[in-house]
Write a protein that binds this ligand. Structure first.
Ligand SMILES: NC(=O)c1ccc[n+]([C@@H]2O[C@H](COP(=O)([O-])OP(=O)(O)OC[C@H]3O[C@@H](n4cnc5c(N)ncnc54)[C@H](O)[C@@H]3O)[C@@H](O)[C@H]2O)c1
Length: 254
């Protein structure tokens, strides 16, 4: 088995996934970027390969296509010979919608992209991670524990990721595989900006969101990347089944 550790990150072409990819790559890991955005994914992979040849690959995959995702994860040793960490990050946030107006088809879609893909990715990665005593990091959300107005499907999908994390950690701990989740509050990503742009006054919406954290700002994608990297590294070797709240103090001062 080759010596360089390998991470596979879904939704890594931009936002938090790209932040994770940058941090792992800077730390010397090889990176498998999975996304439906071919242009941005290939661009990031080329940049990484420019810095360090043959250290990154982009793979097109819609994580909602669960069979394709499982085939891709199950076969991923062909790229760098091993898998040490799976980051389940790809996710969508539908526009705020009152529950009575949300179609069941849309609920199913949100659960498929945000939760079922996490389950499917984990399932396919388990045999590979058992060989390396690797880790899984699930990018959930503070909405899993705090709820969110008119976002029942989204917050439920994020809560399901946390429950999965805890139950899977129990199952995989004896096999030497750790499983953790990161729960960001508001992070400055393209997803956040597209949400703000759907409102009448995007600038003041972004400012309001920044003030929700006691730190007075949103988090950055790379800050979440550093937490994911910590959870994948031996520095966190006694942490498993945890939901790490990366929220800049957003839930304080009740
Ligand atoms: N931005 C925040 O404030 C925030 C807060 C809490 C949790 N999160 C979670 O973090 C994760 C990333 O969010 P982000 O803000 O970086 O979003 P983003 O929209 O900026 O980036 C998401 C990436 O995932 C990809 N993607 C989307 N659907 C996909 C699919 N079906 N298959 C493959 N790739 C797909 C997109 O192409 C994009 O590159 C999501 O799971 C989100 O729920 C974000």
């Amino acid at each position: 088995m080759k010596n360089i550790p390998v991470v596979l990150i879904t939704g890594a072409a931009q936002g938090i996934g790209a932040g994770c990819a940058r941090v792992f790559h800077q730390a010397g890991w090889n990176v498998i970027i999975v996304d439906i955005d071919r242009e941005r994914g290939e661009e990031l992979s080329e940049r990484f390969n420019g810095d360090r040849p043959e250290s990154a690959v982009f793979l097109f995959c819609d994580v909602a296509a669960l069979d394709s995702l499982q085939a891709l994860v199950g076969d991923c040793e062909q790229w760098f010979g091993r898998l040490d960490c799976l980051v389940n990050n790809a996710g969508i946030h539908p526009p705020a919608t009152p529950t009575v107006e949300m179609s069941l088809a849309e609920v199913e879609r949100v659960l498929r992209v945000n939760f079922l893909s996490t389950f499917a990715g984990c399932q396919a990665a388990i045999p590979l991670l058992c060989k390396t005593h690797g880790t899984i990091v699930n990018i959930s959300s503070m909405t899993a524990v705090l709820g969110q107005h008119q976002s029942v499907a989204y917050s439920a999908s994020k809560g399901a990721q946390v429950s999965l994390t805890k139950s899977l950690a129990i199952e995989l701990g004896p096999l030497g595989v750790r499983v953790n989740a990161v729960l960001p509050s508001n992070i400055d990503t393209p997803l956040m900006h597209s949400w703000a742009n759907s409102l009448p006054d995007p600038a003041s919406a972004l400012d309001r969101v920044a003030q929700l954290q006691v730190l007075g700002r949103m988090g950055t994608a790379d800050e979440i990347g550093h937490i994911a990297f910590f959870l994948a590294s031996p520095a966190s070797s006694f942490i498993t089944g945890q939901a790490i709240e990366a929220e800049g103090g957003a839930s304080l001062d009740y």
